[in-house]
Every structure is written in C-alpha cells, then in structure tokens.
Design a protein around this ligand. Structure first.
Ligand code: 13P
Length: 250
C-alpha cells in the first residue's frame, strides 16, 4: 500500500543533549533502512536533532504546530518556523493533545492546513477511546476524525499526509491492538480516503499503526496488508528497540 514510514514520537522526553545522544545511537542502526525513518522530538530539541541527523536518512518531526503564520499567539510555534529550520514532518492531532490540551477535530484541521501550506508532511493521528470501541463505533470515530481533518485538502496535497491510527486505549498501556484489529481499522480509514478522493490516492497514502508497538510485536503488525508503518512512543526512546522496529518495516 503506502510507503512504509516508521516514526518515533518522543513526547516530552529527552533534553537537547540527550536527543543528540539518542540520535547518534540510532543512526548507525537504521542507516540501511528500507523505510522512511523519522524522529518526533520536543520543539526545544529540534536544533540538536537537525544537527545530529544531518546527512543521514533520518527525518525530524515536530509534535505540534499552530495554524497562523505569525502574530500575537504567546507560546506557539508556526509551521513556517519549523519548515525554515529544516523540519520535514509534524505530528498533529495526537490523542494526548486532544485529551490534555484541548485540541478538537476543528483545530486539528486548521493545523493540517497550516502544515500543508508550509510544505510540511503532517502525521495526522486518529483513534478511538476504549468506550467508543466497546460501543462499536470505532470505524465511525476514525472516519469522522479523518474527514474533518482532511476537509479542503486536495488530492495533490494528500501526498503531504500520513495517517496514524492510534487507538487511545493502546497508547502507553502496553496493551497493543491485535494485528487484525489494527489492520481492520487501517483498512477502514483507507476506504474513507478512497471515498473522499479515489482508490489510487487511498492505495498511495501511508497509514501507520501506533499504540504500544515494540520490538517484539512490530513484525506482526507491519506484515498486515493495510499497516504501512508505525508511530512509536516508548520503544522509540531505546535505540535498539527502535532499530528493530525499523528493520521490521520492509
Ligand atoms: P506508545 O508506543 O508508548 O504506546 O505510544 C504510542 C504513541 O502515542 C505514539 O504517538
């Protein structure tokens, strides 16, 4: 299906010096990767991460951005600022942003627009809470989040979108979705893309799975037909575990 992309989401971990050390450890382990490799670092670590990844096959992602280009928005970072630094990706709509920091489908859509306009690739996170899965509305929730975030995104601009299916109940819990559960929802999201655009666009879009993916379960998840990579939290903070996941993405 889509191009394989393995991205680490470091969340609020690692100082700049620690970021440099972790990237230096990761670099030799992933240099022959058959997939795209990305590290999603805290804003403050971006200069160190760009320096450490220079000339390597590792791209740098931010973990959020604001949608306005500039202005009186204390504490915010624009997509243009990220782009000028050399950042290529930005994680948007992560469930932790939605749950703890008030992000909504509408604000995620604005961030996606800002990221696209700045020339970044957005890693758009969607996923259901446990209660929603138990109510049997996982497909509807993921479809709604995907559709709202992609409103106004053209087929050409869709090339700047990676979708990460992250069931909230699997994040940081050690409770991974089964390979079948992950694949089922990734396939449903692909169908949503086919409906919004067309089948060729849907086949080309990268759809990652995220949620307690680790060195032990990655191969099985990544072998599924509709899982085109992973967004990795905890296991991306350990160079060897992250490299094992990268190696499983062929
Ligand atoms: P964990 O891999 O720690 O469960 O986190 C997943 C995640 O939220 C990636 O964005």
């Amino acid at each position: 299906m889509g191009k394989y992309v393995i991205a680490g989401n470091w969340k609020m971990n690692k100082t700049p010096a620690e970021a440099t050390a972790l990237i230096e450890a990761i670099k030799p382990l992933v240099k022959d990767a058959a997939c795209d490799v990305v590290v999603g670092v805290p804003f403050i670590d971006i200069p160190a991460a760009l320096e450490a990844t220079k000339g390597s096959n590792i791209g740098v992602a931010a973990q959020n951005c604001y949608w306005e280009k500039s202005g009186a928005f204390t504490g915010e970072i624009s997509a243009d600022m990220l782009r000028e630094m050399g950042v290529k990706y930005v994680i948007l709509g992560h469930s932790e942003r939605r749950t703890y920091f008030g992000d909504t489908d509408a604000t995620v859509a604005k961030r996606v627009r800002g990221a696209i306009d700045a020339g970044l690739t957005a890693i758009l996170c969607v996923g259901e809470y446990l209660e929603q899965r138990e109510q049997g509305i996982t497909a509807e929730i993921c479809a709604m989040q995907t559709k709202i975030a992609l409103e106004g995104v053209s087929e050409e601009e869709l090339k700047q979108i990676i979708i990460a299916y992250e069931p909230v109940w699997a994040i940081g819990t050690g409770k991974t979705a089964t390979a079948e559960q992950a694949n089922e929802v990734c396939a449903q999201i692909r169908d949503v893309i086919a409906g919004l655009y067309n089948q060729a666009a849907a086949d080309a879009v990268t759809i990652q799975y995220g949620g307690s993916m680790n060195a032990g379960n990655a191969a099985q998840l990544l072998a599924m037909s509709d899982v085109d990579g992973g967004l990795i939290g905890g296991a991306s903070l350990k160079a060897e575990d992250f490299a094992t996941i990268v190696a499983a993405a062929k």
